[in-house]
Design a protein around this ligand. Structure first.
Ligand code: KG4
Ligand code: ZN
Length: 332
């Protein structure tokens, strides 16, 4: 089954062609990062306008690279939630128009369900159940994934998402946008033990996260230290505090539920320190660890096509009148 995936929920215009949910034939991503770097963050109106300009040529190029024609498409999968509504609307309108013109089914995909599906593109043999940490710019969620579209949410962030915390910290440290990769790079020159940043463990046994206290601690440090601040040490210590909490809670979930399989996905899964510590802790315990490659961690349409394929097999097509939704937690 040939699935055309479309992703426009934030600042990446992406189109992919995926066969049978696991084989990527093409996966094109046009990032708007240079444009949004000028304003230090995504301007929703600008993002939507860029999607309009870029989407049609990217669809054609994705088909060309995959070596398929419009007539070969069996299913269209498009992100409809959550995200910037204006941006989502561009992808959804294009997807519906194509589905209508080609007389093919369409599925409306939840962006986080797609991040989970990026694990199947990476490790098609990954067995259920597995513990899945989804860490992105907008979300920090810990789930037990029991089947396609079937999961139990153990916890999520009560305030900032991990990626958002990285982005805000980078701004405070003058490291630019996007913040995650900038902190990751700077942290390599610093000492992660230099500053004892607080870890919000929340109540005993909770799988929820909180990163706003950490951000406030960094703000206070920046204000107090001024020019004398060692930026590399601050970046390394800040990153360590986030990684520490993410790894601890994920491993505790795997231990508590007796599940020896862990997956980490979403933009922050690209973080080199998170990968190293998660790999060490799962390795010690003999757990399987799946972390998609960078291109599948950050927003991309291959994961939308993969999620759409499994969704179509389990619950069928979406009615044509589905809407875009700005905010919707992944049910669990
Ligand atoms: O999944 P994603 O591309 O978009 C959302 O759905 O949010 O994630 C983007 C987030 C940004 O906050 C970015 O700073 C973060 O992922 N990120 C990283 C790294 N690369 C991207 N955070 C930490 N370390 C990185 N290497
Ligand atoms: Zn994402």
């Amino acid at each position: 089954m040939i699935v055309l995936g479309i992703e426009t929920s934030c600042d990446e215009t992406s189109v992919a062609v995926v066969r049978d949910g696991v084989e990527i034939l093409s996966n094109l991503i046009a990032s708007q990062v240079d444009i949004h770097a000028l304003t230090g963050g995504v301007v929703p109106e600008v993002a939507a306008r860029k999607h309009v300009e870029r989407l049609t040529p990217i669809i054609e190029e994705a088909l060309r690279q995959a070596g398929v024609r419009y007539a070969d498409i069996d299913l269209i999968a498009v992100t409809n939630r959550p995200g910037l509504v204006g941006a989502l609307m561009v992808g959804v309108s294009a997807g519906k128009a194509l589905a209508y013109a080609l007389g093919k089914p369409i599925v409306a995909v939840h962006h986080l369900e797609a991040h989970i599906a990026s694990n199947f593109l990476t490790a098609p043999d990954l067995r259920f159940p597995f513990v899945c940490l989804i860490v992105s710019g907008g979300h920090t969620d810990l789930h037990i994934v029991e089947g396609h579209g079937k999961r139990r949410r153990l916890g999520s962030t009560r305030d900032d998402a991990a990626g958002e915390a990285f982005d805000k910290a980078a701004r405070l440290l003058g490291l630019g946008y996007p913040g995650g990769p900038a902190i990751d790079r700077k942290a390599k020159e610093g000492n992660p033990q230099a500053i004892a940043f607080p870890r919000a463990w929340i109540e005993e046994g909770s799988y929820d996260f909180s990163f706003s206290g950490l951000k406030t601690a960094l703000l206070r440090l920046v204000q107090q230290a001024g020019d004398t601040l060692n930026v590399a040490d601050a970046a390394a210590s800040f990153q360590e505090a986030i990684v520490d909490v993410l790894v601890h809670k994920t491993i505790r979930a795997a231990e508590e539920y007796g599940i020896p399989r862990v997956a980490v996905c979403g933009g922050v899964a690209a973080n080199s320190r998170l990968k190293a510590v998660m790999s060490e802790e799962t390795g010690k315990r003999g757990y399987q660890l799946v972390i998609p490659p960078l291109i599948l961690c950050t927003d991309n349409a291959a994961m939308i096509a993969a999620a759409g394929y499994f969704q179509y097999l389990t619950t069928g097509e979406s009615p044509m009148d589905f809407d875009t939704i700005a905010s919707e937690a992944l049910a669990g």
